[in-house]
Design a protein. Structure first.
Length: 118
């Protein structure tokens, strides 16, 4: 395992994922927040190794939000968690330099573990 990372996880209010299935202690510190405006302020004011966002609740709004962060902080490592059913809607993320995990519901915990290990 690599050095533990600091992270902010922007949760979706209408997620399809089970957040309790993931081991967030794999990160040195992680802020979990569901308010995008508060998240934006935190990301602007702080330095995180990674930004993780669940866009399964609203993929279009989530994609726009992640691209806004990438524009604000071009060097920021950003990972989006996308439901398999929304795969066709993430082209803009990839083109914008945002990493994406396209997941089945049961793959959420593994994605968090993988991001922590990168």
């Amino acid at each position: 395992m690599s050095k533990k990372k600091t992270a902010i996880f922007v949760e979706s209010k209408n997620t399809i994922f089970d957040y309790t299935s993931a081991d967030f202690s794999l990160f040195d510190s992680i802020e979990r927040i569901s308010d995008e405006q508060k998240a934006l302020k935190l990301i602007y004011a702080n330095s995180y190794d990674v930004v993780i966002s669940d866009v399964s609740g609203d993929v279009i709004e989530g994609t726009t939000f992640m691209l806004q962060i990438k524009k604000m902080k071009p060097e920021q490592e950003i990972y989006t968690l996308v439901a398999m059913k929304d795969e066709e809607n993430i082209g803009g993320l990839i083109d914008g330099g945002v990493h994406s995990f396209v997941l089945e519901v049961e793959q959420f915990a593994q994605a968090i573990e993988t991001i922590a290990d990168l």
